[in-house]
Design a binder for this molecule. Structure first.
Ligand SMILES: *[C@@H]1O[C@H](CO)[C@@H](O)[C@H](O)[C@H]1NC(C)=O
Length: 268
């Protein structure tokens, strides 16, 4: 079986077949039996996570997942029947990936999530061989063991976050924000927020009355802008002339707000 798959696979390359999902090969007797009794339509390959069987007219046909993906189940994957190997539990002790990786710039396989060579806060998302840079939100770091952004404490090779490089213990201002800042403790940043009516004074690194913090004074005449406006302008890297937008009047609750785009300054 191994030899047979290797043969069809190289043949597919020779023929320049981009869509390897169409690769077909004869299946072993067990697979044929499963298809004959009509109980299954699609089932995993015995040896390889990235191949699977499909029963077509009672016959078991070997199908191939896109390069880097593994069989997840009928229409259960990210890409129809296939998904990231770590999401389907591959390798699992008995099955491994059977294809060779088709690598391109920043992509070890054509599909997958891969670490950045030099950054702990960024990673690559590869789709059909095209890499797109991704940025972990807040103070999270990319953890290749789980293929996701994670707390710095869990990322062995990136114990210290770049935000806290110069100030491992203390406040680090966030550009364009008067009220939010990073508090670094032992090299780990946590997003903080000044109490209502206060703004971070970047000279003293303390939250002080907004009226006394240059660039953060509330405007005297216009109605106080909503706090979300501050977040939006914080997320615009080419924001307005006033890099320290007016501060909220404090009517809004001060809770931590994780879901906005204003925190894209991580690891810059
Ligand atoms: C993958 O990219 C190639 C060319 O780079 C293209 O011909 C092919 O259609 C793409 N396949 C998918 C599934 O998007």
């Amino acid at each position: 079986m191994k030899f047979y798959i290797a043969t069809t696979f190289s043949l597919a390359i020779i023929l320049g077949e981009a869509q390897l999902g169409s690769t077909q090969a004869r299946a072993g007797p067990n697979a044929q039996q499963l298809c004959k009794n009509g109980k299954r339509t699609m089932f995993p390959h015995e040896e390889y996570c990235d191949y699977y069987y499909e029963c077509i007219n009672g016959e078991a046909i070997v199908q191939t997942c896109p390069n880097g993906l593994a069989f997840a189940g009928h229409q259960k994957g990210l890409n129809s029947n296939c998904d990231y190997p770590h999401r389907v539990g591959c390798p699992d002790g008995s099955r491994v990936m059977g294809q060779q990786p088709i690598s391109s710039e920043n992509c070890h396989w054509q599909y997958g999530v891969f670490p950045h060579a030099t950054s702990c806060t960024r990673y690559w998302h590869c789709w059909n061989g095209t890499a797109t840079i991704q940025q972990c939100p807040f103070s999270l770091l990319y953890n290749d063991a789980v293929h996701a952004c994670d707390w710095p404490d869990n990322v062995p090779d990136c114990q210290k976050h770049p935000i806290c490089k110069d100030t491992p213990n203390g406040a680090v201002p966030i550009e364009k924000s008067c009220v939010r800042y990073w508090l670094c403790v032992g090299g780990y940043p946590r997003l903080q927020r000044c109490p209502a009516g206060l703004a971070l004074n970047t000279n003293t690194f303390k939250c002080e009355l907004a009226q006394t913090v240059p660039g953060c004074e509330p405007p005297p005449t216009t109605p106080q802008p909503d706090d979300d406006d501050e977040l939006k302008s914080g997320g615009n890297e080419n924001g307005g002339q006033n890099s320290r937008p007016p501060q909220s009047n404090g009517a809004l609750p001060q809770q931590f707000r994780p879901s906005q785009s204003g925190v894209r300054l991580v690891g810059r």
